[in-house]
Design a protein around this ligand. Structure first.
Ligand code: URA
Length: 432
C-alpha cells in the first residue's frame, strides 16, 4: 500500500477502505508517513468529505491508536457528557456530581482549554491542591469508592488525534465534519462509557455556526457512538449566549458551586438539569420527567454538592473553597465595563467574550502558555436584559493591568445594545 495512492484516491473523491484508513493512522502515529503527506490527506478529506463508513473507520482507528485506563475495573454503569467546546461552559462541574450522587459512575477524562474556549481541567486546577494527574489505579479506585473522578487525558490516549489535530490547526483543516467527528468521538470512545450525552454548541464561537451544520455534526456523532454499542444522545445548545454569568477558571468554579448550592443563575442551572436528566434517562433511571425531578432534588437536598466535595477531597484539593471563596486565587485588578447607551442587550458575541477572557489571562494561545486562574469576566447583562446608560455590562478580573483596556474594548464591541428584547432559547434540538 502506498500513501500516494491513498491521497490520490481521496483527492478524486473515492471511498477509502478500512485498511487504507488504518494505514494512514498508524503511519501518522509511528512517523513513517511524513507530515506533508498526512496534511495532503487531511486537505483531501476536507474537500471531498467521507462516507459514514469511512468516518466510523477513521474514528475507531483514532480510538485504537493508543493506550488508556482499563475501565472494565469500574463497577456499575459508566456515563459521561461531552461538550464540543463552549465559552463559560462549566456544566461538567455540576452535571457530573448530580448524576454521580444518583448512583452512576463518572470516570471522566477531560481536556485543557485552547483559544477562546475553556477546559474542565483548567477550571479544576484553580482549586488549590486539586490533582488531575492520577495514576490508573488511583483513578479507578476513587471512581469505585466515590462514584466520580475527573482527570486530564493521559499521554497515551488516542495519540493519532494529537498528530492530526496539530497538523489541522496549522493547515486550515479544523472545520471539516469528518475530521471533527472522528477527533471528538475517537477520544470519547476511549473511556468506553455506557452512556454519552453530547452537548453540541451552535452559534458564534462554536465550530458549527448554524443549526443545519450542528444537526449534521450531532447526527454523525450519535451514529458513531451507537455503532460502537453505546447509548448516545446529542443536545444542540445555543452558543449565542455564554453559559451562566462567568468566564474564567476560578470564577466558573465558584459559579458551579453556587449552582450546586441552589443559588446559580437560572439559565445555567436549567441547562445542567436538562443534561443530567438526559444522562439519567439513557441510564435507565426512569422517564425524562422523573429524572429531571431527581436531578433537581439532588441539588436541593445538597447531595450533588456533597458529591462535588467528596471528589475534591479524593483528588487532593482544598474542599474548604466550597465554603470560603477567598481561598481561590484572587485577581489583583477588577474593572467595570459600562454601557454607552440605554436599551436591551440584543446580542452577545460569545466568541469575542471568550477572547476577552483569554486576553485577561484566563486561557492560552498555545498549549505551553501559563494560565492566570483568577482571571476572567463576570457578565452582568445578557441577551434580553434591559440596560441603562452607564450600567455595568461586565466586570473584568486580571492580574495583568495592561490587558484591561483591550479586554474592555472587545467586550464593548461584543455587546450589541438595541431597541428589541430578544430572548434566546437554550436547547435548540435533541438528536438520538
Ligand atoms: N474538539 C476536538 O477534540 N476535536 C476537534 O476536531 C474539534 C473539537
Amino acid at each position: 500500500m502506498r500513501t500516494f495512492d491513498i491521497i490520490k484516491r481521496k483527492r478524486d473523491g473515492l471511498e477509502l477502505g478500512k485498511e487504507e484508513i488504518d494505514f494512514i493512522i498508524s503511519g501518522a502515529v509511528s512517523g513513517t508517513i511524513p507530515d506533508y503527506q498526512i496534511t495532503a490527506f487531511l486537505m483531501a478529506v476536507y474537500f471531498k468529505g467521507m462516507s459514514a463508513r469511512e468516518v466510523r473507520d477513521l474514528t475507531f482507528a483514532i480510538r485504537d491508536s493508543g493506550v488508556h485506563p482499563d475501565f472494565s475495573k469500574v463497577e456499575g454503569l459508566r456515563v459521561d457528557k461531552h461538550s464540543t467546546g463552549g465559552v463559560g461552559d462549566k456544566t461538567s462541574l455540576v452535571v457530573c456530581p448530580i448524576v454521580a450522587s444518583l448512583g452512576l459512575k463518572v470516570a471522566k477524562m477531560s481536556g485543557r482549554g485552547l483559544g477562546h474556549t475553556g477546559g474542565t481541567i483548567d477550571k479544576l486546577l484553580s482549586i488549590p491542591g486539586f490533582n488531575v494527574d492520577l495514576n490508573e489505579e488511583d483513578f479507578i479506585e476513587i471512581v469505585n469508592r466515590t462514584g466520580i473522578a475527573i482527570v486530564g487525558q493521559s499521554k497515551g490516549l488516542a495519540p493519532a488525534d494529537k498528530v492530526l489535530y496539530a497538523l489541522r490547526d496549522v493547515t486550515a483543516t479544523i472545520d471539516s465534519l469528518p475530521l471533527i467527528v472522528s477527533s471528538i468521538m475517537g477520544k470519547k470512545l476511549c473511556a468506553d462509557d455506557d452512556v454519552i450525552v453530547l452537548d453540541v454548541k451552535c452559534g458564534s464561537g462554536a465550530f458549527m455556526k448554524n443549526i443545519e451544520q450542528a444537526e449534521e455534526l450531532a447526527t454523525a456523532m450519535v451514529q458513531i457512538g451507537q455503532s460502537a454499542g453505546k447509548k448516545v444522545r446529542a443536545l444542540i445548545t445555543n452558543m449565542e449566549v455564554p453559559l451562566g454569568q462567568t468566564i474564567g477558571n476560578a470564577l466558573e468554579v465558584k459559579e458551579a458551586i453556587d449552582t450546586l448550592k441552589g443559588n446559580g443563575p437560572r439559565d445555567f442551572e436549567e441547562i445542567c438539569l436538562v443534561l443530567a436528566s438526559h444522562i439519567l434517562e439513557l441510564a435507565g433511571k426512569g422517564s425524562y420527567e422523573s429524572c429531571y425531578d431527581m436531578a433537581k432534588e439532588s441539588i436541593s437536598s445538597g447531595k450533588a454538592l456533597d458529591k462535588f466535595r467528596e471528589m475534591i477531597v479524593a483528588q487532593g484539593g482544598k474542599a474548604e473553597v466550597i465554603d470560603n471563596f477567598n481561598l481561590f486565587p484572587q485577581a489583583q485588578y477588577c474593572y467595570e465595563v459600562r454601557a454607552d447607551k440605554s436599551g436591551y442587550v440584543e446580542k452577545i458575541d460569545s466568541e469575542a467574550y471568550g477572547l476577552a477572557s483569554l486576553t485577561l489571562g484566563a486561557g492560552r494561545n498555545v498549549q505551553e502558555d501559563e494560565i492566570d486562574y483568577s482571571a476572567g469576566i463576570v457578565i452582568h447583562k445578557k441577551s434580553g436584559d434591559k440596560i441603562e446608560q452607564n450600567d455595568v455590562i461586565a466586570s473584568l478580573y486580571t492580574s495583568n493591568e495592561s490587558a484591561l483596556s483591550r479586554a474592555e474594548s472587545i467586550v464593548k464591541n461584543a455587546t450589541i445594545i438595541g431597541e428589541k428584547q430578544i430572548n434566546q432559547p437554550l436547547v435548540l434540538k435533541v438528536i438520538g
